[in-house]
Design a protein around this ligand. Sequence first.
Ligand SMILES: Nc1ncnc2c1ncn2[C@@H]1O[C@H](COP(=O)(O)OP(=O)(O)OP(=O)(O)O)[C@@H](O)[C@H]1O
Length: 341
Amino acid sequence: MMETQANLLEIRDLKKTFSIATGLFSRKLTLTALSDINFNVRQGETLGIVGESGCGKSTLGRCILQLISPDEGQVLWLGQDLTRVPAEQMRKRRADLQIIFQDPLASLNPRMTVGEIIEDPLKALKPDLKKAERRARVVRVMEAVGLLPEMINRYPHEFSGGQAQRIGIARALITEPKLIVCDEPVSALDVSIQAQILNLLAELKDEFGLTLVFISHNLSVVRHVSDRILVLYLGRIVELASGDEIYEDPRHPYTRALLTAVPIPDPKLARQRNIDALKGEIPSPINPPSGCAFRTRCRFAKPQCAEIRPPLETIEGGRLVACIRWREIQGERVIEAAGTA
Ligand SMILES: Nc1ncnc2c1ncn2[C@@H]1O[C@H](COP(=O)(O)OP(=O)(O)OP(=O)(O)O)[C@@H](O)[C@H]1O
């Protein structure tokens, strides 16, 4: 964990709702995708964001980049609140903040060549650069992501998923960003290719001094790349800790449940994980449960969990957890693990 690093990004009291029309009379309902979101991203770290589908990961990524506007709260980039930056200035700021999407082929314009796709952000964000300099930069980033420069005039459909994601990464890198939001960058790829792309992102991070926000529903993917991991459930942060802490000593029942999907060789731990396994469906964010939103699926839930919304508490080591029972259930975990040995 990089304790001493300065914050590049600070998210303060972020809230995002969507108004959706449902039913026969198109009644408008409010869906709360994110609320009470507070965290920092430190210079040079990789912050993983995990949670099941629908918990708000992509919405959060898009709010960071101002691709969508939050209803409330601040997105402080080096102290400047991006939610208040006029659109024109924000376009320029985007050179510093880039995004890589899940489905590489769908996110690349099929009518543009690889060279044109990668060069495209430069035209808008660095209009002063001469054509030759733009091309030279394109070739440099193609080499950095492992694409051969002679591929420059090919079209996206000529590439495999893994190669297409390399094009997406090159397009993000071309503006020399400080931070890249990677939104499920390997979920659409074959398992055999996933490790290559994850390794590439780790190499590029070191080479270019990048800071990464890495979104995935898969805790084992996030674990490999993250310094710290933020766990989201139904639009709220339930836990934030270092990768090791989350993986080896999770405190929130939801984190424990997510970990059951991660394969492990130790049979004792595997048994514990079966006990923790996630049951049932994620509730609707239109009408979330009272108190702790996870209580309807939590094997530790007590009546008071329906009454009290657990605050995000700072516990030992500066890690954060939102569960009023975290102390008690920590003990239960040890006893059960010993009992099933
Ligand atoms: N434009 C939108 N209009 C209405 N609802 C939306 C919109 N975008 C997201 N949502 C809703 O907000 C909630 C959070 O969605 P989001 O895509 O951020 O979750 P996610 O964790 O990234 O899931 P996934 O991995 O499936 O994309 C979901 O209930 C989703 O249906």
